[in-house]
Design a protein around this ligand. Structure first.
Ligand SMILES: [Zn+2]
Length: 148
């Protein structure tokens, strides 16, 4: 067999090395290429899949991720986070009658959330320590658009 599966520690080091060289990576495919380049410096037969790299990077908090999604037809269920594999938490709102209504689910590990219509991740942008993680829309509004 021409490839070997690196241990999580080895993969984590390759992820850190890749993000040191390029702190913002605009797709999961690109991220996998960069990380695999680093892995091959350790052992030319090391290979890691896009999904494993994403999960290790997020689970170990080596990177932050911006998740672009599309809304699916089906309803959300309280399952593990599709992005990092952590447990998701129910987002609830209290009703005027004292009951609770579920609005969706949120992952506390990576920031993924979904409403009652399932949001399916379609694209990931990864940010290393050296990158500026995008701030919420409100605070990036250009000054000239601020009402005076
Ligand atoms: Zn998650």
């Amino acid at each position: 067999m021409a490839y070997k599966i690196p241990k999580a520690e080895v993969l984590a080091e390759a992820i850190q090395a890749a993000l040191k060289e390029q702190s913002t990576v605009v797709s999961q495919n690109r991220f996998a290429i960069l990380v695999n380049d680093q892995l091959k410096k350790v052992d030319p037969e090391y290979t890691a899949s896009e999904e494993r790299i994403r999960r290790v990077a997020l689970y170990r908090k080596l990177a932050k991720v911006e998740i672009q999604t599309r809304e699916a037809e089906e309803r959300s269920r309280n399952v593990r986070c599709p992005v990092c594999g952590s447990k998701t938490k129910r987002i609830q709102n209290e009703t005027v009658y004292g009951g609770k209504v579920t609005l969706g689910y949120k992952c506390r590990a990576c920031g993924y959330w979904t409403g009652m219509r399932r949001r399916v991740p379609t694209r990931y942008i990864f940010y290393g320590d050296g990158a500026k993680f995008p701030v919420p829309d409100e605070s990036v509004r250009p000054l000239d658009q601020t009402p005076s």
